[in-house]
Structures are given as C-alpha cells and as structure tokens.
Design a protein. Structure first.
Length: 470
C-alpha cells in the first residue's frame, strides 16, 4: 500500500511538472509565410461600394396644379410597400386631404355667397328697369294728351296756343331724356350682371378645379412596373409620413429594370485615376456567386461630403452591361474599376512592405534571409509594384521574423535612389502650372484687343515689381 502511495505521488508530480512547463514555456515560433515575387501585367484598380439604380424610370406624380389652389404640400397618408409590382391604373398611394378639403368647404361657401349676390342683382335690375319702362309709358301718354290739347286750341288766342306748344315741347324733351336714361340703366344693369356672373363662374370653376385635384390625391400607377419609393435629399425613402411638395409632386417611381446603373462614390485620393469609359467588374452582395461587367459613364467634377462622414467623395455612375432578373434597385454592389494596366513589372503583396523611419524595406529570401531596401511604385487593393530591390527569383515574408534586428540590411546604391528622386521631381514639375503661362495669356489678350503691346520682359499691369527694402 505504501509503494502504491509513492507511485501515485510521483505520477502526480510528473503531471504537475508537465502542466507547469506548458504554462510557463515560451510561445511557439511563428511560422514563416513566404510568397514569391510575381512578374507580369499589373492592374491598377479602385474598389468601391455602390447601390443599384435604374438608368431611366417613369415618375409617379401626385396632384398636379396644387399651387393654383394654394396648397403647397401634402403628406403621404398611405402607400403600398416598396418593390410592389403593379398594373396600369392600380392604386399606389393616398395623400392627406385635410387641407384641400377645408379649402373646398370655404370655396363652396364662397360660391353660395356669389349665387345669392347674383339672384339679388337680377331682382334689383328687374325692378329698376320695370320702373323705368313704366315711366316711359306714362311720358308717352302725357305727350299724346298734349298733342290733343294743341289740336283743340287752334281757335284759342295766340298766347294760349303758344303755351300749349311749349308744354308739348317739354313733353317731347322729357320722353327723349327718359328713353336715353333707360338705355343707360339697361347698359349698367347688363354690366352689373356680367360682373356678378363672372365672379360666380370664377368661383364655380375654382371649386370644380379643386374637386378634380382632390381626385388626384388618390395616386395610381401610369403603367405597369415595380414601385420604388423616391429618396429625399438626405437619402431617406419617402414612405408614409413623407411630404410631397407642389413644385415637385413625385410620390414614387417605376424604374426600367432592363438597364441598371451602380451609383458609387470614390474618395478624393483615387478620383484622379477614374475616367469615363473604364471597365468595371461588379459584384452583388446579395448574390456573391454572380458577377457582371460594366463601364464608367459619368464622373462628377465636384466633390461632396456624405452625411455622417468627413471624407470628400465624388459620385461615379457605372452602367451594367448584362441584364438579370435578380437585379433590383437599392441592392448593394462591389465595384472594381480597372483604371490602368502596367506591363512587365514585379509586384508583391502589400503585407510584405515594412517601414523603418524614412526607409521602406522587405524581408527577402534568396538563399539567406535579409532586410532589403526597395523602391515602390503604384499599388492596387492587394499588391504593389517594386521598381528596385527585388528580382523574380526572390521571395518575401508577409510577417516580420523574430530575429529581425540581427538580419543584414541591404540598401540600394545612392545612384539608384537619386535616379528615382529625379524622376519624381520631373513628374511634379509636369503637374505644376507654367508660371509664365498666365503672363503670356495676358500679353496675347491685350495685344489682340489692340489696347497695348507688351515688349519682351515687360510685366503686365497686374504685376508690380517690389522695391528692395533696406
């Protein structure tokens, strides 16, 4: 029993020693990841994330002419789900009718007022003209009596006859004046009736117009297709609760799915590489196994700042060549834009590049392992061109080795470094504007206008020579 006890104790000590060794022993040596230097054509690519939109679409409009009835906006009260397929004339949305309904009630009240005014004007005009006609009849009878009196007074003294003639003349003049007054009253009555009738007709037309616009608050599809919500300026979708304004009363859109565009944004660092006509590989996040081709059709000239970011980006549109029924608006795309292809160069993965102060180097293996200084060129999403420092027989490490401080550092000769520095300076000079270009353009412009001819060495009037200060 004592022997077994000692065996157990000894075995437990061995197991404990193994556990302590595993815990406190140093980390395992990292495995080297070595890749060969590649040679051949090097594609320069820009990778971005985009969103599918239709190249063309038909807009579904809300009420037309809301401004004419002084209704400037209306909220979407109900709308069918985004992406619903509809037929021509099918229900799409309904707008809030509260404001226009109140205006219709006001206009109905206004129409009733003009209708009452029209009836009142008719009655007043009829009464006034009837009195004027009765007055004319009475004057005619009075004139006839005076003529009879004149015939009966032919045997009376001359003074009496003259008095009767004067009365007859007064009667004729009164009848003439009454006839003229009646005509004026008739014209005035017609004008009043026309005015009141015009106001009544105007109110009636306005009410009819409002009723017609009210029918348009129930929005229907102009043709068959898939309904896609319109987006606001901030990118949000115009669903229930969104506001439709009178100047652009678009509620939704019916995109043409036969031609799709990927709208993407390129940062300001890479936008100089992107041009219209470049080839693009397009992947769909929802269907990773699918890949399409396309080309850049539009590149924005002015940058913008997207909401929630500080980076400046430029809008780029990519036309997709192929048609597929799986393509739907608002799908997320991965766009790889091929900006250039450089032939016959050496390139390695970006992970193989290391920096130490102002020196760029790689861990190269060609028999022995060493730190090798390199001169780099253009890069793409995964790899970078090596102009000097490596050969096709070399291999590079993707991870720094443990004993990197003991490795030899192989630097490039000063002549090689100077050669590439001079090339960079020449490239920068080509990109800089000619300082004399502005002066020459001013001289040509002034000479062309005939105002002044500048001699060689003269300065334009816009440039002044600064006097030396002591």
């Amino acid at each position: 029993m004592k022997a077994k006890k000692y065996v157990y104790i000894f075995g437990g000590m061995i197991i404990l020693a193994i556990i302590l060794y595993l815990i406190f022993s140093g980390p395992e040596t990292a495995q080297e990841v070595v890749v060969p230097v590649k040679s051949g054509s090097f594609p320069i690519e820009v990778t971005t994330t985009g969103e599918l939109i239709a190249k063309s679409s038909e807009k579904i409009y809300g009420p037309q002419g809301m401004r004419r009835i002084r209704v400037y906006q209306a909220k979407i009260e109900d709308i069918i789900p985004d992406g619903t397929v509809v037929d021509s004339g099918q229900y799409v949305a309904r707008l809030d009718q509260t404001e226009i309904t109140n205006r219709i009630k006001d206009e109905e009240t206004n129409l009733e007022k003009y209708q009452s005014q029209l009836i009142k004007t008719k009655l007043d005009t009829s009464l006034e003209l009837r009195n004027a006609r009765d007055e004319l009849i009475n004057l005619k009878y009075n004139l006839e009596e005076k003529r009879i009196t004149l015939e009966q007074s032919k045997y009376e003294p001359p003074a009496t006859i003259r008095q009767v003639e004067i009365e007859l003349e007064k009667g004729e003049r009164a009848l003439t004046q009454a006839s003229q007054n009646y005509n004026l009253r008739l014209e005035k009555a017609i004008a009043n009736m026309n005015e009141v009738t015009a106001e009544y007709n105007k109110a009636e037309r306005k009410l009819t117009q409002m009723l017609d616009i009210l029918k348009q608050f129930t929005v229907t599809a102009p043709k068959s297709g898939m309904v896609v919500y319109r987006r606001n300026w901030d990118g949000s979708k115009m669903g229930v609760g969104a506001t439709v304004n009178a100047w652009d009363p678009v509620v939704a859109e019916l995109p043409d799915l036969s031609e799709m565009i990927s709208k993407t944004y390129v940062n300001e660092i890479d936008i100089s590489k992107v041009q219209a006509g470049q080839s693009v590989r397009i992947g769909i996040d929802a269907f990773p196994e699918k890949e399409f081709t396309g080309k850049v059709t539009e590149v924005a000239n002015i940058g913008e700042q997207l909401q929630g970011t500080n980076a400046k980006v430029f809008e780029v549109k990519v036309l997709i060549h192929e048609f597929d029924s799986i393509l739907r608006p608002a799908m997320t795309t991965k766009n790889t834009i091929l900006t250039a292809i450089i032939d016959s160069v050496l390139f390695i993965p970006l992970e193989a590049i290391f920096n130490n102060d102002s020196m760029t180097f790689v861990y190269s293996r060609n028999g022995s392992l060493a730190k090798q200084q390199v001169v780099l060129g253009l890069s793409n999403y995964n790899e970078i061109i090596v102009k000097e420092g490596l050969t096709i027989e070399d291999e590079v490490l993707l991870l720094a080795p443990e004993n990197d401080e003991n490795l030899d550092l192989i630097t490039l000769s000063p002549e090689v470094l100077k050669k590439y520095e001079e090339k960079e300076v020449e490239t920068e000079k080509k990109d800089e504007p000619d300082p004399n270009a502005k002066r020459d353009s001013i001289r040509k412009m002034m000479e062309g206008k005939g105002k002044i001819r500048l001699r060689k060495g003269d300065k334009p009037s816009g440039e002044r020579t600064r006097k030396p200060t002591h």
